[in-house]
Design a binder for this molecule. Structure first.
Ligand code: C2E
Ligand code: MG
Ligand code: MG
Length: 598
């Protein structure tokens, strides 16, 4: 069984076959070297021995070249036949010294066994191997004490390597269900995406979430919640084809990485999982590599599709919209008709929860498909040359909405707007921003343009010039999604920026260990030294919010404080919620920062 519930370390078939190939090559070569000691005394047994070592070398080379195409079960056959091969070589050895030398090669088999198989399978293979060692050496009449010593060494290797392998594997495993965790998911996704792009095959992913899981915990306590998650993991693993990996990201979130599956096929699979989960209801968001440009945006598409599934009544599967010509035309029409919308998500000061600013996020409600996630339509706009128009629309609408908010609050707020890499290399972008500011009257000093490091890196020097020009205009720059796969500390030095937005994935981990909290403290310190104001994104729990407040994180944003909403809803909520004002030093510093000569 390829799933981790069997406790097999998560090692790709390619790695398994490459390692086995190397072990065979070195085992065969070691056997040949031992045989070379009796080169002069050619006799039939020596010839067979040489043939066996040659066979081992050739098998090793074949595994290295073609092993990854072999079926998974063939690894069992190769490892088991390795034990038989060595036992035969021990029997055929010229003398007992050579036999002992050959028997030492068993150690290589022991390593392979622990590296590749789950506990039960490893026990069977180890038993076969030890029987082969003892039987072959006993047949030669080697003293039982010496045989015992060799077996002892083998067992020591088995235990030590086993522990090391389990520890390494544990870092990608979820301790509750034994499934791969978020890291295991990321690793498998990256590998599968690379394989799919190389071979031109499809790749689908799904994010699966148990509906109303909190109610299960509330009713039956955490033990009931844990039992449900374990039950679902066991049930779902049995239903999945071998190449589909089920992972648990934490809480009630599961995911599937499904090589060779289209979005439609994966939707059917999710349907089976949902049926198997009954009486509990489950929602799923599906995306296919086709619709996304990278693993990160693929996950965003699936995440947004899951959000849509939840928002449209739960207990259903939603697929991220495909990148087709029709959709691109519909996006153009929606832009021309001004039917896209903008929502604002508060950015607050964690200590007081006072609103300091808002991030503008684009929304598109398709007349037939419903809400299309930004993780899908923004890349579509980029690929179809519509992102400049979309950016202009969002900026203008955001400036007007922020002015409504400012008027309602009776004080200044900071407005942040996202820009994609394509906009940064567009020569007209800075002029567009200046024109919108002029038209709407929104002050440049209260505007922040958010860019991700990867977009700037891809767009290179042209993007850097644009950022510098924006700052000359008085507009501030934020590095968005810092702390994800692309993050590099060198960017903090080279990117002209004023704010550092910590990605939700980073924020989510700050309470997981004291080391994570220490990283946060160091990052806050570093940002302060560099004159960057940190905004922690994706704050979902009171625990995260309290820690951020305790650590003195200047600003934060996330569902815990407020979800993105239309400006009028936001104004209404703020009016009733009596949200406190931020303490003056932060606002002053923000406004000072954004107006200081950059
Ligand atoms: P982003 O700029 O990092 O925006 C934050 C995303 O996190 C938003 O997703 C927001 O709804 C979501 N979010 C907010 N609080 C939480 C939380 O507590 N937990 C979690 N899990 N998520 C939270 P959204 O609106 O789906 O936008 C996704 C991405 O699409 C944005 O990421 C941004 O990169 C892009 N985007 C959105 N609007 C625009 C736009 O007008 N122009 C451009 N170029 N990109 C945009
Ligand atoms: Mg952003
Ligand atoms: Mg972000």
């Amino acid at each position: 069984m390829p799933h981790v519930l069997a406790n097999a370390p998560q090692v790709s078939l390619r790695t398994k076959t490459a390692t086995t190939g190397c072990l065979y090559l070195s085992g065969g070569t070691a056997g040949a070297m031992t045989t070379s000691a009796i080169w002069g005394s050619m006799r039939p047994a020596t010839t067979v021995l040489l043939a066996l070592t040659l066979l081992a070398v050739l098998t090793g080379a074949a595994l290295l070249a073609w092993g990854h195409r072999a079926p998974q079960w063939s690894i069992h056959a190769v490892v088991a036949s390795g034990s038989v091969l060595i036992a035969a070589a021990v029997v055929l050895s010229h003398d007992n010294t050579a036999a002992m030398g050959v028997a030492a090669v068993f150690t290589l088999c022991a390593i392979g066994i622990l590296y590749f198989f789950g506990r039960r399978q490893a026990q069977v293979h180890t038993a076969v191997q030890l029987t082969a060692v003892v039987a072959s050496l006993a047949w030669r009449g080697i003293h039982p004490g010496v045989v015992g010593a060799l077996v002892l060494v083998q067992l020591a290797v088995v235990v030590t390597v086993g522990r090391l392998v389990t520890r390494a594997a544990d870092s990608v495993l979820d301790s509750l269900t034994g499934l791969p965790n978020r890291r295991g998911f990321d690793e498998r996704l990256e590998q599968s995406a690379a394989d799919a792009q190389r071979s031109g095959t499809r790749l689908g992913i799904a994010l699966v979430d148990v509906d109303h899981f909190k109610a299960v915990n509330d009713r039956g306590g955490h033990a009931a919640g844990d039992a449900l998650l374990q039950h679902l993991a066991r049930t779902w693993v049995r239903l999945l084809p071998a190449q589909v990996q089920l992972s648990r990201h934490g809480g009630d979130e599961f995911s599937l990485v499904a090589p060779a599956h289209s979005a439609a096929e994966l939707t059917l699979l999710c349907q089976r999982l949902r049926e198997a989960a009954a009486p509990h209801s489950v929602s799923a968001g599906v995306a296919e590599l086709d619709t996304a440009e990278s693993c990160a945006s693929l996950v965003r598409c699936a995440d947004s599709a899951l959000y849509v599934a939840k928002a449209s009544g739960r207990a259903r599967t939603r697929t991220a919209a495909p990148d087709d010509d029709a959709l691109s035309g519909e996006l153009a029409a929606a832009l021309a008709a001004g039917s896209l919308s903008v929502v604002l998500q508060p950015i607050v000061q964690p200590t007081t929860r006072g609103l300091v600013g808002v991030e503008a996020l684009a929304r598109w409600k398709h007349p037939v498909r419903g809400w299309i996630p930004p993780g899908c339509f923004i890349p579509l706009a980029e690929r179809t040359g519509q992102v400049a128009a979309l950016g202009r629309f969002v900026l203008e609408r955001a400036c007007r909405d922020a002015a409504v908010l400012r008027a309602a609050l009776g004080r200044d707020v900071v407005l942040t707007v996202n820009a994609s890499g394509h906009q940064l290399t567009d020569r007209g972008f800075v002029d567009d921003v200046a024109a919108v500011l002029l038209r709407t009257g929104w002050p440049a000093a209260q505007l922040v343009v958010e860019v991700t490091e990867s977009t700037v890196e891809i767009a290179s020097s042209g993007a850097l010039t644009t950022l510098a020009q924006l700052r000359e205009l008085g507009v501030a720059v934020a590095i968005d999604d810092f702390g994800t796969g692309y993050s590099a500390f060198s960017h903090l030095d080279t990117l002209p920026a004023d704010y550092l937005k910590l990605d939700a994935a980073f924020t989510a981990q700050i309470t997981s260990s004291s080391r994570r909290a220490a990283m946060m403290v160091a990052l806050l310190d570093l940002a302060e030294q560099l004159g960057l104001t940190v905004i922690a994104e994706g704050v979902e729990t009171a625990e995260h919010a309290n820690l951020l407040s305790l650590l003195g994180c200047p600003l934060a944003q996330g569902y815990h404080y407020a979800r993105p909403s239309a400006v009028h809803d936001l104004v209404a909520t703020l009016a009733t919620a009596r949200v406190p004002r931020p303490s003056p030093p932060v606002v002053d510093r923000l406004l000072d920062d954004s107006s200081a000569g950059r």
